[in-house]
Design a protein around this ligand. Structure first.
Ligand SMILES: Nc1ncnc2c1ncn2[C@@H]1O[C@H](COP(=O)(O)OP(=O)(O)O)[C@@H](O)[C@H]1O
Ligand SMILES: [Mg+2]
Length: 394
């Protein structure tokens, strides 16, 4: 160890007032109640404070925004159970504030109403005598952090799993092609046996299904390389409808395509976007099973504003495409799993369609979400940035 010179202790400064002659900092102007209100209001975290008898003392703008509540002048002083009526999870947490000895610190909560995740700390407010006179909730919207972590995890998983899956898929592809070809040869040799013909047709059909799954796996694990070009969304959607119809028959389903006039071209990979929308249309066709409608719309959008309390940047211009069907909807218990690789509810599904969709949308710095009502239908919304600032008009 080297000997460091000991710092000489600075002479203790006399507290202000001791030596009136010395030039010190100018005295602090009186800080009133208003200052503390502004302090809470301008915080970039959510702040909510209640009194011991359960009334709201403070609730800042971020808190209103994260909880999705319209501010109303009567909120301050009103029972928190009324103001937070639509956020039962938060009401529950605040309700424990005066019962628990050890209050939660850095805990996390998923708001059931919006799916947002908040990280929060609950504290007591005490008076000079140490009596608990209220409680405060201090929190931050972690949704974006969670999404980023999720993407990161998916990428890690794919790096190792992907290589293996790609290798296996490659190996399986050739024998499958062999089975198909040889079954075809056999079929020609047995023209007089309808029973054998039937069986062979089944073999060929099954081999085709297996092959389609293998191709999807390869698609999914392949790292994305975008061939970015000026891309016309109407052209993409047109090609996507054709592609989807090659894979599933339309039957009695009507498909409408509504594109806003003068939709700008975007910087994107045409083929990959065709895959995105053909997968969504294919899912809609499969959900409809021959009857109903699929409405596809494309409009210019204000952009996807990231759900972070801090980002106040103007949203970039985007194109928003929606694919809405009148099918049976997605049941609530699987809502958060439909994008998972290999999650499927279909007997012959690969469960990779939406995982691939998400991967491609992510690669375009876009965003995808959906809403679904059981018995009424499902609406997927894809938001894609124009990327090159204003884009080009067609
Ligand atoms: N439009 C839709 N309507 C109802 N359910 C859907 C729709 N799109 C997707 N799903 C659900 O999401 C699951 C996953 O879809 P996907 O990833 O495309 O895989 P797959 O189509 O192979 O099942 C489907 O099995 C289905 O349960
Ligand atoms: Mg699918």
């Amino acid at each position: 160890m080297t000997d460091l010179p000991q710092p000489t202790p600075a002479p203790a400064k006399p507290r202000s007032g001791a030596q009136p002659a010395a030039p010190g900092p100018s005295p602090l102007p009186p800080v009133g109640d208003r200052f503390f209100r502004q302090l809470v209001e301008s915080m970039r975290n959510g702040v909510l404070a209640i009194t011991r008898d359960g009334r709201v003392v403070a609730m800042n703008e971020v808190a209103y925004r994260v909880f999705n509540i319209e501010p109303s002048p009567g909120d301050i002083g009103a029972p928190y159970t009324d103001v937070l009526h639509d956020q039962p999870d938060v009401v529950r947490i605040l309700g424990t504030a005066f019962e628990l000895q050890n209050l939660p610190n850095r805990a996390e909560l998923r708001l059931k109403t919006s799916g947002k995740v908040i990280g929060y700390t609950l504290s007591h407010v005490r008076d000079d005598a140490g009596e608990v006179i209220g409680a405060s909730l201090f929190f931050k919207d972690l949704t974006l952090v969670e999404q980023l972590e999720e993407r990161e995890r998916l990428r890690d998983r794919l790096a190792t799993l992907g290589e293996m899956a790609a290798a296996i898929a490659h190996e399986v592809k050739n024998p499958l092609a062999g089975i198909e070809v040889m079954a075809g040869l056999l079929r020609r040799r047995l023209p007089d046996s309808p029973e054998a013909q039937g069986l062979i047709n089944d073999i060929i059909a099954e081999a085709k299904v297996a092959n389609a799954i293998v191709l999807e796996v390869l698609d999914f694990v392949r790292p994305i390389r975008l061939q970015v070009e000026r891309t016309s969304i109407p052209q993409v959607l047109h090609d996507a409808v054709t592609t989807a119809e090659r894979k599933a028959s339309r039957g009695g389903v009507s498909i409408t395509l509504n594109v806003q006039e003068q939709l700008p071209l975007i910087q994107a990979d045409h083929h990959q976007l065709v895959q995105v929308f053909s997968n969504l249309i294919l899912n809609a066709l499969e959900a409809l099973n021959g009857t109903g409608t699929i409405a596809i719309t494309a409009v210019r959008g204000e952009g996807y504003v990231e759900p972070s309390a801090e980002s106040r940047r103007p949203a970039p211009a985007t194109v928003v495409v929606e694919v809405a069907d009148t099918g049976p909807g997605v049941s609530p218990e699987i809502l958060d799993r439909v994008f998972n690789p290999f999650f499927t509810t279909k007997p012959q599904g690969s469960g990779l369609g939406l995982a691939i969709v998400r991967k491609i949308v992510d690669a375009h710095n876009g965003h995808i979400d959906f809403t679904s009502t059981v018995g009424q239908g499902t609406r997927f919304r894809v938001t894609l940035p124009l990327e090159a600032g204003e884009g080009w008009l067609q």
